[in-house]
Ligand binder design. Structure first.
Ligand SMILES: NC(=O)c1ccc[n+]([C@@H]2O[C@H](COP(=O)([O-])OP(=O)(O)OC[C@H]3O[C@@H](n4cnc5c(N)ncnc54)[C@H](OP(=O)(O)O)[C@@H]3O)[C@@H](O)[C@H]2O)c1
Length: 255
């Protein structure tokens, strides 16, 4: 399998391989969906609501694009989604746990329901989605899992302690799961982005943005493509001996 995939990627073609990308309606998820489709992958994604991009992709790629409305607030629905993807595409080679949400607020004032919602969507649901996908990949003889973490998992920032806890949990999950699944031909890694332009950072005050740029050795925020490059590298045969790792993509902000 690895050899075939290697040839496919060297030719720049996913050659019918199947990827699940959570949260593909916008932001990083959208960029990943676009780039995987362009490389010949069949791609399944979900989000709570649809978007213009989802409608356009469904029309342009009726055979190789699949979208469903799924809310990670109800993690068991992620299993149904995986079953539907398998029914539609017959295999599964890559899972990118990309969907995430952040609520910035000091812990003192955060309602218990908001704490629970962030841990559920950013940690519990990705774990359950991974479990469903890893079972299929194991039966198939291998696969690849990439979890999207955050530099909030490795550095302290005010107002994001709950989000940070979930993302740090995802990195711990990555390492231990890599040990569990290596023998099944499945690699598990995480990408740890710094700030990049998306809906999540659109509301960032200009002064805060300038401070980040000043403190970043490479002098700018990332583009979603910078993060996607790392995801696609880890998903490719060029990383075939890389597992259990967290790859920080932040222009040096945390170095
Ligand atoms: N942007 C940054 O600077 C930054 C930095 C570090 C890490 N990250 C991480 O990178 C990943 C992508 O971030 P982004 O900035 O591209 O985010 P984004 O633009 O806000 O997009 C998030 C995607 O996830 C979906 N989503 C959110 N909550 C969901 C839920 N409960 N159930 C199902 N789908 C859900 C959204 O669609 P719906 O809203 O329609 O559900 C959307 O498709 C996230 O894991 C984020 O934590 C982002």
């Amino acid at each position: 399998m690895t050899e075939n995939l290697s040839t496919a990627v060297d030719e720049g073609v996913g050659a019918g391989r199947v990827a699940v990308v959570s949260g593909g309606s916008r932001g990083l998820g959208r960029v990943l969906v676009e780039r995987l489709l362009a490389d010949g992958w069949r791609v399944a994604t979900f989000s709570r609501s649809t978007s213009e991009f989802i409608a356009e992709s469904s029309a342009a790629h009726p055979e190789s694009f699949y979208w469903e409305a799924v809310d990670l607030g109800e993690p068991t629905t992620a299993r149904t989604f995986v079953r539907n993807v398998h029914r539609a595409f017959g295999r599964l080679d890559l899972l990118v746990n990309n969907a995430g949400l952040v609520r910035e607020e000091l812990l003192f004032t955060m309602p218990p329901k908001a704490i629970e919602a962030q841990i559920t969507a950013n940690l519990v649901a990705p774990i359950m989605l991974t479990q469903a996908c890893a079972r299929l990949m194991t039966r198939q003889g291998g696969g690849n899992i990439v979890n999207i973490s955050s530099i909030n998992a490795i550095r302290g920032y005010r107002g994001v302690s709950v989000y940070a806890a979930a993302k740090a949990g995802l990195d711990g999950f990555t390492r231990s799961l890599a040990r569990e699944l290596g023998g099944n031909g499945i690699r598990v890694n995480s990408v740890v982005p710094g700030y990049f332009d998306s809906a999540m950072t659109a509301e960032m005050p200009a002064a805060y943005r300038e401070r980040i740029e000043r403190r970043t050795p490479l002098g700018r925020l990332a583009a979603a493509d910078d993060i996607a490059d790392a995801v696609l590298y880890l998903s490719s045969p060029r990383a075939e001996f890389v597992t259990g790792q967290s790859l920080v993509i932040d222009g040096g902000l945390t170095c």
